[in-house]
Ligand binder design. Structure first.
Ligand SMILES: [Zn+2]
Ligand SMILES: [Zn+2]
Length: 350
């Protein structure tokens, strides 16, 4: 079968590899669509984060790329219930050890030995077939398309961030960065009834999408986002800020200064460098900074329910569908270059 494998920095190839075999307690999925994610771009340029064998997956590289994917079940191991051949499923790619202190506390998404399919081994979404443990598949109800099902994973990142923030329908929120996760945060906030959402985003296309979902979107190059937040909140500041860009000291600081006293900033965009913090200002205002990492099954289930009930419509996030053979040229290299202006989520079809 064809699969995109990471051989090293800037060296991801479409290889011909053997189809994976069904294991006990697993299902075999024929991939329908895989979403291209910012972390795939980082893996492409930097190489696999664990090029050898990850202890949780026991498989040596080069690893298949792609952790956001939907597909159809083609084989089910004996004794596995709740999923049948032909079902459309979305795969939760992260795996927990079940034994570390985080796992024993029930915080499986914070497992200290965590691994993810499509990142650390175990196959991936940019291939024709994947075999995954049956407890990682979520059956998607009829009426939800395979394209939309591929967006459940990134939307679960956003859903988990909104859960972590403690948002309620009366909250006010400021979202920095309207990429797939930032737009997902806006969708999740809207789904729980939050009416006051301000977005700061330099790309015109992304601002337009944020407005279409019901946010007040501003261009940080044209207006000072903090002044805008202040004037929109009677000089008070917002209850919640979501840093979903991971861009710079400026965006990190903006997340904190946009808050009212006692407000909460959620970090959901991945920073690749250190940022500086005015610790005294944090102390005097009792603002909180919390990280939000990944998701677990409850996030997947609630996102699937929100899509099925119509309270979230992820379709506007899909920019285009490309074939697997074009993954690098029309997908990864496009998003690393000028494509960021014109694309939100690129789906890859094997
Ligand atoms: Zn991702
Ligand atoms: Zn663990």
């Amino acid at each position: 079968m064809r699969a995109a494998r990471v051989h090293g920095p800037n060296d991801t190839r479409i290889d011909d590899i053997p189809e994976p075999h069904l294991r006990p307690k697993s299902v075999k999925v024929k991939v329908a669509f895989g979403g291209l994610c910012g972390s795939d771009l980082g893996i492409y340029t930097g190489g696999s984060p664990s090029p050898g064998e990850h202890p949780m997956l026991g498989q040596s590289g080069p690893h298949v790329l792609g952790h956001e994917f939907s597909g159809y079940v083609v084989e089910v191991a004996e004794g596995v219930g709740g999923v049948r051949i032909g079902d459309l499923v979305v795969v939760r790619p992260n795996i927990a050890c079940g034994e570390c202190a985080s796992c024993l506390r029930g915080e499986l998404h914070l497992c200290t030995r965590w691994a993810a399919i499509g990142i650390h081994g175990g196959g991936g979404g940019f291939s024709e077939y994947v075999v995954v443990s049956s407890d990682q598949v979520h059956v998607v109800p009829l009426g939800v398309t395979a394209e939309v099902a591929a967006l459940v994973e990134p939307l679960s990142v956003a859903w988990h961030a909104v859960r972590t923030s403690g948002a309620s329908s009366t909250s006010s929120a400021f979202v920095i960065g309207a990429g797939p996760v930032g737009l997902g945060v806006v969708m999740a906030l809207k789904a729980i009834g939050v009416s006051r959402v301000i977005v700061s985003e330099p790309s015109r296309l992304r601002r337009e999408l944020a407005r279409a979902i019901g946010a007040d979107a501003i261009d940080p190059a044209a207006a000072d986002p903090i002044e805008h937040v202040r004037s929109a909140t009677g000089d008070e500041g917002v209850d919640l800020a979501f840093e979903s860009s991971g861009a710079s000291d400026v965006t990190f600081t903006a997340a904190l200064t946009s808050l009212r006293p006692g407000g909460t900033a959620v970090l959901v965009g991945l920073f690749h460098h250190q940022v500086s913090l005015d610790a005294a200002a944090l102390l005097f205002t009792e603002k909180r900074i919390v990280g939000s990492f990944g998701y677990w099954d409850d996030d997947f289930r609630e996102v699937i329910d929100a899509i099925a009930s119509g309270s979230i419509d992820p379709n506007p996030l899909i920019s285009c569908v490309i074939p697997l053979r074009d993954l690098v040229n029309r997908g990864i290299l496009s998003l690393l270059g000028s494509g960021r202006e014109s694309q939100i989520k690129i789906l890859v079809s094997p």
